[in-house]
Design a protein around this ligand. Structure first.
Ligand SMILES: *Cc1c(COP(=O)(O)O)cnc(C)c1O
Length: 385
């Protein structure tokens, strides 16, 4: 299909001749009512009933034993890594095909990423590549700790990312991580509402992190959530609330903590958005079906959900034949007011992380040369449904 036809198809879906963004939020539920409640009550800040409710609602939606709200997804990832024991000098295995936040959180722990290739099918960390790198470069010592052969550095965690809402091969990753004594921390920032074998992404690993930034599938303005078990959830709450020892009026703190709390006013927005998540996903899945149908038989391969997966289709993606075709699609669509985007520059190519250890990264580079994200908002026609 020609780019012109694709652009026409996109305009039809969003029924506008104006600029079409990649992803815009939708506020058609109780958002105004709940936010107004926080203002009327004066409880707009760190403490308030919507924070507790948002955490409970998110725990029950995802099936996580515990959910702890944070000020953004990066903060959730940072604490998730700390809960997994990531500390200064450690190595953390992750994928080069991700948003910078994954590596930022690793760096905040004074640890260093090791880049492992992704799967061409689900765009997530590849368990075969992970196993291959570990076999060549790591060992498990007598103390049961996994270390790198070259520098004797502790390899404490592995952070796959569920790219654009497509679950990675979680069973494969869990298996490798268990055998190598490495904690699995899921960057589920993009995958709220994505399930793997009927279980929510972010609840397979020791800890998972979700983001509610304005461009994600639902938003709190800015916000995030840590998904984990009861014991680590307790620790997460402590660390994100300045490590204050609970007391009615005394201020005592027992370690270096963080002010990573999600304000009540943001949580109010989150509660209203979460009430609509399945409506959003139904609409996005229908849009994805239409993209898939219209692109079938064309040069552009539409990225579809994998076996045993229910993807949230946060961002629709196509894989172009080559980099030239990718660049032409990006240029044509953006010039015509239809926003499309390439995938992030690979982390392993950034000067910041160029020196880091890595395995073969052929798939990641191949994908980076070809991926284009297409407009993925919930179309207006679904809003009233
Ligand atoms: C959005 C995102 C984050 C973090 O989100 P913020 O809420 O913006 O801090 C982390 N990882 C990935 C892959 C993301 O897409």
């Amino acid at each position: 299909m020609s780019f012109e036809n694709l652009i026409g198809f996109i305009r039809e879906q969003f029924q506008t001749n104006e600029f079409i963004p990649l992803h815009a939020p939708v506020f058609k539920g109780n958002e105004k009512r709940y936010v107004a409640e926080t203002i009327d009550s004066t409880f707009v800040s760190s403490v308030g009933p919507f924070v507790d409710r948002f955490e409970n609602d998110m725990a029950s939606y995802t099936g996580s034993p515990r959910a702890v709200a944070t000020v953004n997804g990066t903060a959730a990832l940072h604490i998730a890594l700390k809960l997994a024991g990531v500390a200064e000098g450690h190595l953390v295995l992750t994928q080069p095909l991700s948003f910078i936040a994954t590596c930022n959180a690793i760096s905040y722990c004074h640890a260093t990423p090791v880049f492992i290739d992704v799967s061409l099918v689900n765009l997530g960390l590849c368990p075969v590549a992970l196993e291959a790198w570990l076999t060549e470069h790591a060992r498990i010592d007598d103390d049961g700790v996994c270390r790198s052969k070259a520098e004797n550095k502790i390899i404490s965690a592995c952070v796959p990312m569920h790219t654009f809402g497509h679950p990675a091969d979680i069973d494969g990753l869990l298996d490798v991580c268990q055998r190598w004594h490495i904690a699995l921390v899921e960057d589920a920032a993009e995958s709220l509402g994505s399930f793997y074998k009927g279980k929510h992404t972010g609840t397979y690993g020791l800890v998972g992190a979700i983001s509610f930034n304005g461009n994600k599938i639902m938003t709190t303005g800015g916000g995030g959530m840590i998904l984990t078990n009861q014991a680590l959830g307790q620790k997460a709450k402590h660390l994100t609330t300045t490590a204050k020892v609970p007391h009615p009026y005394e201020y005592v703190h027992d370690e270096v903590g963080y002010n990573y709390r999600l304000p009540n006013i943001n949580a109010a927005l989150g509660c209203a958005q979460l009430e609509q998540i399945e409506t959003f996903i139904a609409a996005k899945r229908q849009l994805a079906d239409r993209y898939d149908a219209v692109l079938s038989g064309s040069n552009l391969r539409f990225v579809k959900e994998g076996e045993h997966c229910r993807a949230n289709y946060w961002l629709n993606a196509v894989i172009c034949e080559n980099r030239q075709e990718r660049d032409a699609l990006l240029k044509t669509s953006n010039e015509q007011g239809v926003m499309t985007r390439p995938v992030w520059e690979l982390m392993s190519n950034l000067p910041l992380y160029q020196h880091c250890l890595h395995g073969q990264l052929e798939n990641a580079q191949w994908l980076a040369d070809r991926i284009v994200n297409l407009p993925s908002s919930v179309p207006e026609s679904f809003h009233e449904q």
